[in-house]
Write a protein that binds this ligand. Structure first.
Ligand code: HXC
Ligand code: NAP
Length: 303
């Protein structure tokens, strides 16, 4: 991104220290870049240590500042505690957390095994809650303020056919946002969420549009037929919204989930209901392609 992509002046987030789970790729990476450009120190975590290192190097080479990669699997509460010990020891309390890490794939629900459900819910639902809980306990014990933004989907409002474990988990985080906004709001910790529509990232496209994906989001998918605005989201649009939610002056915004989807969900879209007509063969092809992407990514994990 260039400064012209962002609507805010550099320095807006000076003094902030923000952790983005899953910050090495996709939407997490673009938020990391945006926060960095606004002056924050940014921590990014994920399971592929090499991917995190590359992202941190690339962003600091482009913009200066400080991006710290910390390899961590958020499915493991002890690993979260170790990561947060490292972050706190590096310069004090975080001022912000973005729950962005996720796993997802399209599947007929009747084809899911218990492990398939847990592969997603253990990252999105349990993992995000445990990171939030550990940060919250530290902020409360130290009397510090904090802001949490969770990255959800519009499926929290109209359901997620063929992505049921993700939709259920994101809906849980939506309720966490609303509940903790009330429980901890008066103690200086506020909670909001962003519900993006389609933003073409490699990780999402490999698992949600596998027939249409090689290693990169395909050009044809970027047109988003059925979206009232006729297009997918642009990365800086997401970064601008995320920056706003951490910026001084947005403090009274608490307990909100904000869609950024071109009004796709109001138009009845945003999910995968159209896959109702897929044949067994189409599902088998999709599953093989997704599991190929899963295996490729797994081979790079360092934790
Ligand atoms: C059915 C599947 C499957 C598929 C995997 N499984 N893919 N079942 N259909 N397509 C099953 C496996 O068979 C296995 O169950 C179980 O899931 C665990 O699989 P693993 O590959 O061992 O899991 P793991 O290594 O833990 O990887 C987790 C993952 C993977 C979620 C499966 O995709 C991942 O790491 N994803 C991270 C990145 C990601 O998903 N990004 C997309 C975010 S997009 P059995 O019983 O066979 O052992 C998003 C929202 C987008 O979240 C919204 C767009 C509008
Ligand atoms: P992505 O690039 O695949 O991002 C997911 C990130 O989560 C990866 O960096 C991954 O890194 C990390 N992650 C997964 N499991 C983890 C674990 N156990 N511990 C730590 N990190 C883990 O996909 P994306 O499209 O940018 O998605 C980012 C967020 O946006 C997700 O919450 C997704 O649900 C949401 N979203 C995306 C879209 C879209 O259209 N792209 C739409 C709506 C919502 P490792 O594999 O290295 O761990």
């Amino acid at each position: 991104m260039t400064p012209d992509d962002l609507m805010f002046k550099p320095g807006l987030l000076n003094g902030q220290r923000i952790l983005i789970t899953g910050g090495g790729t996709g939407l997490g990476k673009v938020m990391a870049e945006g926060f960095l450009m606004m002056g924050a120190v940014v921590y990014i975590c994920g399971r592929r240590g090499g991917v995190l290192e590359e992202t941190a190097k690339e962003l600091m080479a482009g913009h200066g500042g400080k991006v710290v990669p910390v390899a961590c699997d958020i499915r493991v509460p002890e690993a979260i505690a170790d990561m947060l010990d490292t972050v706190w020891a590096d310069g004090g309390a975080l001022t912000g957390l973005v729950n962005n890490a996720a796993g997802n794939f399209i599947s007929r629900t009747e084809d899911l095994s218990p492990r398939g459900f847990e592969a997603i819910s253990n990252i999105v639902f349990r993992g995000s809650f445990f990171v939030t809980l550990d940060c919250g306990k530290r902020w409360l014990a130290e009397g510090k303020t904090g802001a949490v933004t969770s990255i959800l989907t519009t499926w929290v409002w109209n359901g997620g056919p063929f992505t049921v474990p993700s939709a259920m988990s994101k809906a849980g985080l939506n309720i966490m946002t609303q509940s903790l906004a009330v429980e901890w709001g008066g103690r200086g910790i506020r909670f909001n969420a962003i519900a993006p529509g389609p933003f073409p990232t490699e990780g999402a496209w490999a698992r949600l549009n596998p027939a249409d994906s090689n290693s990169e989001p395909s050009g044809s998918s970027k047109s988003a037929p059925g979206n009232p605005m006729g297009r997918v989201g642009r990365m800086p649009e997401l970064a601008n919204l995320a920056i706003y939610l951490f910026a001084p002056g947005s403090e009274y915004v608490n307990g909100q989930t904000i869609a950024i989807d071109g009004a796709a969900h109001q138009a009845g879209g945003g999910g995968f209901g159209r896959l109702r007509d897929w044949t067994d063969e189409q599902w088998e092809t999709a599953r093989a392609a997704i599991q190929g992407a899963n295996a490729r990514d797994r081979s790079k994990r360092t934790v």
